[in-house]
Ligand binder design. Structure first.
Ligand SMILES: C[S@@+](CC[C@H](N)C(=O)[O-])C[C@H]1O[C@@H](n2cnc3c(N)ncnc32)[C@H](O)[C@@H]1O
Length: 285
């Protein structure tokens, strides 16, 4: 009797652990797939303006600082930052992303700029195929908050960064209004995909006057239409938000020294991101 009960309990325990693992794997796999499919649709043809983006890059890096350096552009999208690094004397630039469509555009940009020192490959930031301490610079603009496990992704970026190297993280800011945006996003991502473009156009129509009044400075988002911003903001399958202190203390705990911090001014002068540039200690084991 007792033996049967023990065996039954073990069976139940095993079954629930296996189910748990399968559910966790499924969730992780599905989400990653959803993100890559989303960016295959939304960003594939979107190439930010080179000059405007370069001006922003110059806040953090200079040609002298990157000369001959190895750079990882983690979540490169259509590759504009990889191209800027490669065009400004970096030795070797590796752009990685999970969106095949975006990578195709990145490759065509590489050809357009005739760059030999930039390469693009399909890799997941949580699990990079690079040895430890491989890169002098790791650049992750607007990407870790779209991964299934942002701190695991950050740890992986730290692993492949050389001692004394620089990491740049641009991350979505958690504000008092975040929960409202999240409610809207969680409703919208559940609508049929084929309606997304139409929905974002309708939203853009109604939001144009609001944006005009409150966000006049965001007109600097050259070349982007409000409907595209809405699509990117409200329909993306995964997004996390953080307070700057969270990312700062995480980096410091990992032995980084903060070298530059922009609290509310990302590329395009948007208030949605904060940015840290930090240096990895040379003494980390
Ligand atoms: C908002 S876009 C930013 C693209 C680019 N960094 C830029 O600023 O132009 C976010 C990118 O992160 C990529 N991404 C999301 N999860 C990823 C992962 N686990 N590994 C690699 N890339 C990922 C997406 O496919 C997408 O291209």
């Amino acid at each position: 009797m007792f033996r049967t009960a023990v065996i039954k309990n073990i069976e139940v325990l095993l079954e629930s652990s296996v189910n748990h693992i399968i559910a966790a794997l499924k969730k992780r796999f599905m989400n990653k797939e959803k993100v890559s499919r989303f960016y295959d649709v939304v960003w594939t043809e979107y190439i930010p303006d080179y000059e405007a983006t370069k001006k922003h890059w110059e806040i953090f890096f200079s040609e002298d600082e990157v000369r001959g350096k190895s750079v990882l552009d983690a979540g490169c999208g259509t590759g504009i930052f990889s191209i800027i690094f490669a065009n400004n004397s970096a030795g070797r630039v590796t752009g990685i992303d999970i969106s095949e469509g975006s990578l195709k555009t990145a490759l065509s940009l590489k050809e357009k700029f005739a760059l030999q020192n930039a390469n693009f490959q399909n890799e997941d930031m949580h699990n990079l195929p690079f040895t430890d301490e491989n890169f002098d610079i790791v650049w992750a603009w607007g990407t870790v908050h779209h991964t299934t496990d942002p701190f695991k992704a950050i740890d992986e970026l730290i692993r492949v960064l050389k001692k004394g190297g620089s990491i740049l993280l641009a991350v979505y800011t958690r504000t008092k209004l975040t929960f409202i945006h999240e409610i809207i996003r969680k409703i919208l991502v559940r609508t049929p995909k084929r309606t997304w473009t139409a929905l974002s156009k309708i939203m853009a129509f109604f939001l144009t006057p609001v944006v005009f009044v409150f966000k006049r400075r965001e007109k600097s988002r050259k070349g982007e239409k409000l409907e595209e911003l809405i699509l990117d903001w409200y329909f993306v399958p995964i997004r996390y938000y953080y307070k700057p202190e969270e990312i700062k203390s995480y980096l410091e705990k990992k032995g980084f020294t903060i070298e530059n911090y922009l609290p509310a001014s990302g590329r395009f002068n948007s208030t949605s991101n904060f940015i840290f540039k930090a240096r990895k200690s040379t003494r980390i084991k």
